[in-house]
Ligand binder design. Sequence first.
Ligand SMILES: [Zn+2]
Ligand SMILES: [Zn+2]
Length: 86
Amino acid sequence: MCIYTAHVRVCGICRNEETVLISERLCRSAQASGLFGSCIEGTLNQRDQTLTQCWQCKDRVVVVAMAQASKRTPGRRRRDSGAMRW
Ligand SMILES: [Zn+2]
Ligand SMILES: [Zn+2]
């Protein structure tokens, strides 16, 4: 059986998929003719998935972290905790 493998990278945040590589492995009977999937068994589709973070999400994480850092002022923080009480 010939094996077709799609190597994909999946973003763990937005679930965006990106195909990195597609590999076709010919089995012995298909190698005789040199044609992928020409054997009796047919082909097997495989998925090789890697969990990652796409550049868009990486960017967003940095922006959020920077926005939080700039908001952090000691005076405001005290007022916020006082308003939390009923
Ligand atoms: Zn085959
Ligand atoms: Zn993403």
